[in-house]
Design a protein around this ligand. Structure first.
Ligand code: 0A1
Ligand code: ZN
Length: 899
């Protein structure tokens, strides 16, 4: 392990080109769990044609056992190269030539799951961001693109299937019980997109016809016994291919596209060229094992990885600071794909509602996870300026806020010009390693084709400035002139290394809702040209917008569809919020207004130590009654509208220091109060949807129905009658959404849910992903559980024979669930929650630093805790910090948290 005391900070401004290109890469693997021999042959040439002789060749490498190095056929002795812990340098190299290197590695000991590793006896690779250097010496940086040919030799019986990127060009049996395959990737690629897989697999395959009339083979590979879970992934892949063709005009460029699932994977999935490797969680889906959310995730992750084939692979990143170039753009694309899929086949109104549900789900993630990141010690711009460990920068900021930044460009340009911008981007950069600036420049060219007087100069601040902008909005009505005068002010709190920030260019999608509930036409009197369609261009620290022809009693609806990733403080009266929750024609804002009412009601309870007689709680209750009775709303939307904001969202929204335990109880009090006051309508909603007997299908309408049923049940299970409904739903469910929905509610609310937990365990003990759900359900049992403090149960889970810290999904199902999704137990006042977390992070640090680095982020926001909790939190952070042998991953997180 590298010594964190010598942790190096890498800066974006320090980018320099490499000395050499690697034009061709031949790799040969003799696969063996204990000792794999990797031979490489690299044809190199000067990066710059005019380059002088004698510049060193710099290759990265970690934990490799070097066997020999040959330059242009001559074996180099040790005096002719320098070997360090992280590099192999050949000084005074010729401008051009061929290097041959042999190394040995030990996949069986690779618990980090970076480089070549083993999962369930099979070989897999994970090379992004810097895993390839754990396979062989190579310039492991994304701007070095090379043509790869890969030979795989392995024992035929143990590893009958051997795959790599591109096309299979040779396959042979060898005399000694081994076999050999040779793979050639026609596209030059950086090393992080290299992949190999070898072992026991079966596949589902289909052939499709590409736009050019050529066939392409699609395959989904899984371990034997899992073919009953691959239909949906295959269908999602076909939908993704078709969608990218239709909406972006981008076709599959390969003859063969493979997906392989593994149970041991640090992240969600990986877009290796032509050979995507997936966490089983994002491949496996059938109604018995996967919830509606799992189905949605499989579709979106399959889409995401496929869309990377253009946005990431055909055009890749110049350096890792540009990560959002591929990730923000690809998340935007997968979000649009999912929205289009949900809306497919529905009438206009249902389609709008299905899209709104998707948008709300995405914004919930942003608010609950990215806003806290942007307000904490790890805050960074979507294009970071520095990092210590790149693995720590695969963040919700780079991904989800990055997608919002792309979405704002889409909003400013409109679909047609945005697609024009995409074509310009590919025309300019196909086959290259590009920068975020290249993308914005392409979009700017497209913008200026239709609006020559506009540019994206100020918009670029979204790439360089961290922090969530705060926008405050106030307005007054001028009755004599029938004018509404809207004042917007923006500010952005300091973030690490950025004290002052110039104003952002913020697109504000606006509506004016008259007191009859209709949208008025928008007539902006001043400033001139600030309105384009329904988008206000808000570009100054403070700006006044005057709308004319406005009727009295009109309420502005701001940031419709969440048109910018900002925190809005608008001066709505309670009555206006309730009005918008009933009448806003923008479904996102309608939902959001209701959430604000719930939020304020919870804070009222929190600040009054449990009193439910306040006016905000009363207003929330009336609003709830309305929502329950309103048949015009789709089920999916209604499920979201009646659900209370999450504890993590509330924590972030509260002005001041927070005690998460008290906050949990305040939220719980509102839930119980609303349940008691609305029992009849809740029951009616539940029963109307519980009695249907349609076969399980995953689509927006059916999933919406299940969501509303389970959202109603969530209120009803506050007491026994509702809990019996949940018990019978648990038993009779024919799908995982309903079964797990009921189990969660029982485990979190009923005095005793042991029998259901046992039944679930017995039913699914051979299904790892279902078992993860069993662990997670228990690890998220809140402090309000009637049987008392759930921490002991969580400690027992860690000793369960099926618990395994080495498997990232299983580790997350307890550790992340408890430390990040169960605030009332994690933040308990004695500090025992923090201590347990600290010891697990230390344990995981030695096994898998990347996953440990993620888990280490649970106390990022500790400065927002009440003083006594802060003392406990600091002690836990310091305990980790003092640990000998801390990985750079965990060290970076903890040292930044400690400040
Ligand atoms: N590029 C992948 C995510 C990914 C990133 C890093 C990994 O290991 C360090 C693995 C996967 C994606 O966006 O899907
Ligand atoms: Zn991605």
């Amino acid at each position: 392990m590298k010594n964190p005391q010598s942790a190096v900070t890498h800066y974006r401004k320090d980018y320099s080109t490499p000395n050499h290109r690697i034009d061709r890469t031949l790799l040969e693997f003799d696969l063996d769990a204990e000792s794999t021999l990797v031979k490489s042959r690299l044809d190199f040439s000067p990066w710059h044609l005019q380059q002088a002789e004698g510049l060193p060749i710099v290759l990265d490498g970690e934990d490799l056992q070097l066997e020999c190095v040959t330059l242009d056929g001559k074996l180099l002795d040790e005096s002719l190269y320098q070997q360090t812990d992280t590099q192999l340098i050949i000084p005074n190299a010729p401008k051009q030539g061929t290097l041959e290197i042999a190394v040995r590695i030990r996949p069986s000991g690779n618990t980090r799951l970076e480089g070549l590793y083993m999962s369930n006896g099979n070989f897999f690779t994970q090379c992004e961001a810097q895993g390839f250097r754990r396979i062989t010496y190579f310039p492991d940086r994304p701007d070095v693109l090379s043509r790869f040919t890969v030979t795989l030799r392995a024992d035929q019986a143990a590893y009958p299937v051997t795959l790599s990127n591109g096309n299979l060009i040779d396959s042979q049996k060898l005399p000694d019980g081994k076999h050999r395959t040779v793979w050639e990737d026609p596209f030059p690629k950086p090393a992080y997109l290299f992949a190999l897989v070898a072992g026991q697999f079966v596949c589902q395959e289909e052939s499709i016809t590409k736009s050019n009339g050529q066939p392409a083979l699609l395959q989904v590979w899984v371990e034997p016994g899992n073919l009953d879970k691959t239909d949906f992934a295959m269908q999602s892949l076909k939908h993704a291919i078709e969608w990218d063709r239709q909406r972006f005009g981008l076709d599959l460029d390969l003859d063969r596209f493979m997906i392989v699932a593994t149970a041991d994977f640090n992240m969600g999935a990986m877009e290796n060229k032509g050979l995507n490797i997936f966490n089983t969680k994002f491949v496996f889906a059938n109604p018995q094992l996967a919830t509606d959310i799992d189905f949605e995730n499989v579709e979106s992750v399959v889409g995401h990885e496929y869309f990377h084939n253009w946005t990431g692979n055909r055009v890749t990143c110049r350096d890792w600071f540009q990560l959002s170039l591929k990730e923000g753009l690809t998340v935007f694309r997968d979000q649009e794909f999912s929205a289009d899929m949900l809306a497919k086949g529905l009438d206009a109104q249902q389609a709008a509602s299905a899209r709104a549900v998707k948008r709300i789900d995405d914004v919930k993630v942003l608010r609950a996870a990215q806003f806290p990141e942007d307000a904490g010690p790890m805050a960074h711009p979507i294009r970071p300026d520095s990092y210590q460990e790149i693995n720590n920068f695969y963040t919700v900021t780079v991904y989800e806020k990055g997608a919002e930044v792309i979405r704002m460009q889409h909003t400013l340009l409109g679909e047609e010009q945005f697609q024009r911008g995409m074509r310009i981007y590919f025309d300019r950069h196909d086959g290259q390693a590009a920068t975020c600036e290249d993308f914005v420049a392409a979009m700017e060219t497209a913008l200026q084709e239709i609006k020559p007087d506009q540019d994206l100069k100020q918009f670029r601040h979204w790439y360089s400035q961290a922090g969530t902008p705060n926008v405050s909005a106030s307005w007054h009505y001028k009755a004599d002139e029938s004018e509404l005068v809207l004042t917007l002010k923006q500010s952005c709190a300091p973030t690490p290394g950025q004290a002052e920030k110039p104003a952002f260019h913020i697109p504000v999608r606006i509506g004016l809702v008259s007191n009859t509930g209709l949208d008025l036409p928008l007539q902006l009197k001043s400033p001139k040209n600030a309105l384009s369609g329904d988008i206000l261009n808000f570009t100054e620290t403070e700006q006044v917008f005057v709308f004319q022809g406005v009727a009295k009693g009109t309420v502005p609806s701001l940031f419709r569809g969440f048109s910018a990733p900002v925190q809005v403080r608008a001066e709505y009266s309670l009555e206006e919020l309730v009005f918008l929750a009933r009448h806003d024609n923008d479904p996102f804002n309608r939902w959001d207004a209701g959430q604000q009412v719930f939020t304020q009601a919870i804070f009222e309870i929190y600040q009054s130590s449990g009193d439910t007689s306040g006016k905000l709680v009363q207003a929330a209750n009336l609003m709830m009654a309305d929502l329950l009775e309103d048949p015009s709303l789709s089920d999916g939307f209604r499920a979201l509208a009646i659900a209370l904001p999450s504890e993590n969202t509330l924590f972030e929204l509260f002005d001041g220091l927070v005690d998460p335990v008290a906050l949990h109880f305040a939220r719980q009090t509102l839930r119980e109060y609303l349940a008691a006051c609305n029992q009849g309508p809740l029951l009616k909603l539940y029963q109307a949807r519980a009695t249907h007997t349609e076969r399980y299908e995953y689509n927006a309408v059916a999933a919406g129905k299940r969501a509303l049923k389970n959202a109603s049940l969530a209120y009803l299970t506050v007491d026994e009658p509702g809990q019996s409904l949940a018990r019978s739903q648990f038993l009779s469910a024919d799908n995982m959404t309903d079964r797990l929905g009921a189990l969660n509610l029982l485990a979190h609310n009923a005095e005793d849910a042991q029998s259901e937990l046992d039944q679930f365990f017995n039913m699914f003990q051979k299904e790892a992903l279902a078992l993860d759900k069993w662990f997670m359900t228990q690890a998220t049992t809140p402090a309000s559980h009637p049987a008392g403090n759930p921490l002991e149960r969580i400690q027992a889970l860690l000793k369960h024979p099926a618990f395994n810290l080495k498997n990232p999904n299983r580790a997350r199902s307890v550790l992340a669930a408890f430390a990040m999704q169960n605030p009332s137990v994690f933040h308990q006042h004695t500090g025992v929650g923090y201590q347990l977390w600290a010891s697990l992070v230390i344990e995981l640090n030695a096994i898998n630093p990347q996953v440990a680095g993620r888990m280490a982020r649970a106390l990022d926001r500790w400065s927002k805790l009440t003083p006594s909790l802060q003392t406990q939190a600091r002690a836990a952070l310091e305990k980790i910090n003092a640990h000998d042998g801390l990985s750079p991953d965990v060290h970076e997180i903890i040292s930044k948290a400690l400040g």
